[in-house]
Design a binder for this molecule. Structure first.
Ligand code: NAD
Ligand code: DAO
Ligand code: ZN
Length: 368
């Protein structure tokens, strides 16, 4: 079949919209009509050329929602008409990683996904005879995609696609880091570095679990109002204080119980660790730093009880947890609507990247 898709031809070049050939689902695979997709910082990271594993030409996009159109042989858990969210972190429930119950990093299709291919080692996309790579196993900048069954979360049918697509990455990453990775408890003091599409979701989850002080740190003063709307109690602009770490330690009577780095900057990662409370403070790295960057601190920071952790996709097990997060949205426990600042058509997708780069959007969503 044919599908309209935005192609990333090379690093730094705008996407072009093309009619691409899409081969149907093979064993264990599912054809999905994508109804809406968010444009995330990570798509830009790859498009910009900063991603050392970036492959071109490719169809980017990893924050989608849609409907199952057809299932390949052997698919048991889904059928035509089901509403789904594609998962860049699948959940096979059979590999060593899934069975460990200690991580959400399912490895069942990791090797081929990282090479822009389906599990059989080939791509389902072609244009004028040229193979086009998949991206993060999802490629939601295509109106139709083929994905493995284990990389689809089945969700309720009354949830709007143009909102729940954001659960495919940003919402789950931020909310999950609080609930699944850090397991923040009521009364805790929380600090969030970076109040963008991820950090604001960390803030709303901290409020949801009953955190006490929720301190946001951002260089962009416009992010203060948005942070407060989502539950932030204090705002620090690093340009307005002499020392961010000291300011946080003063505000929290000794340091944060939990801090979250949602920028991808190794200097703020260090601040996020060092603003944690001696003896028990935990710092969770969510931001993805540029290739080759390294973190550092004095080891005594760890000897004296602070912990450094990381979180991918919020520690969520996609097929199990994503439907629950959709429920939380539908029950008004989390707010997605106010984070979606722009709706675009596929033809306007490059404008979405421009809005993100200028810091003018939280999330732009393309509706097919
Ligand atoms: P964003 O650009 O929307 O937000 C970043 C925010 O940080 C902005 O508000 C910006 O003003 C602020 N900022 C930048 N430099 C700063 C500094 N030095 N001090 C204080 N504030 C600063 O980005 P996002 O979409 O929220 O993504 C955040 C990070 O999370 C990115 O690195 C992204 O790649 C990563 N990410 C990680 C995962 C994961 O699973 N771990 C998933 C998705 C995204
Ligand atoms: O198992 O090695 C692996 C792959 C883990 C992928 C986790 C991705 C999280 C960070 C990238 C940002 C995604 C939008
Ligand atoms: Zn697995």
């Amino acid at each position: 079949m044919k599908t309209r898709a935005a192609i990333a031809w090379k690093a730094g070049a705008p996407l072009t919209i093309e009619e691409v050939e899409l081969e149907g689902p093979k064993e264990g695979e599912v054809l999905v009509e994508i109804k809406a997709t968010g444009i995330c910082h990570t798509d830009w990271y790859t498009l910009s050329g900063a991603d050392p594993e970036g492959i071109f030409p490719a169809i980017l996009g990893h924050e989608g929602a849609g409907v199952v159109l057809e299932t390949g042989p052997g698919v048991k858990s889904l059928r035509s008409g089901d509403h789904v969210i594609p998962l860049y972190t699948p959940e096979c429930r059979q590999c060593k990683f899934c069975l460990s119950q200690k991580t959400n990093l399912c490895q069942a299709i990791r090797a081929t996904q990282g090479r822009g291919l389906m599990p059989d080692g080939t791509s389902r996309f072609k244009l004028n005879g040229q193979s086009i790579a998949h991206y993060m196993g999802t490629s939601t900048f295509s109106n139709y995609i083929v994905v493995p069954e284990i990389a689809l979360a089945k969700v309720r049918e009354d949830a709007p696609f143009d909102k729940i697509c954001y659960i495919g990455c940003g919402v789950t990453t931020g909310v999950g880091a609080v609930i699944f990775t850090a397991k923040v408890e009521a009364g805790a003091n929380v600090v969030v570095f970076g109040l963008g599409g991820i950090g604001l979701n960390v803030i709303q989850a901290a409020r949801m679990v009953g955190a006490d002080k929720i301190i946001g740190v951002d260089l962009n003063p416009a992010r203060e109002a948005m942070g407060r709307k989502f539950g932030m109690t204090h705002f620090i602009n690093p340009n307005d204080v002499e020392n961010v770490v000291d300011a946080i330690i003063q505000l929290t009577d000794g340091g944060a119980d939990y801090s979250f780095e949602c920028i991808g900057n190794v200097s703020t990662m260090r601040q996020a660790l060092e603003c944690c409370h001696k003896g028990w403070g935990q710092s969770i790295i969510i931001g993805v730093a540029a290739a080759g960057q390294e973190i550092s601190t004095r080891p005594f920071q760890l000897v004296t009880g602070r912990e450094w952790k990381g979180s991918a996709f919020g520690g969520a097990r996609g097929r199990t947890d994503v439907p629950k997060i959709v429920d939380w949205y539908m029950e008004n426990k989390i707010n997605i609507d106010d984070l979606i600042t722009h709706h675009l058509t596929l033809d306007q997708i490059n404008e979405g990247f421009e809005l993100m780069k200028k810091g003018e959007s939280i999330r732009s969503v393309v509706v097919y």
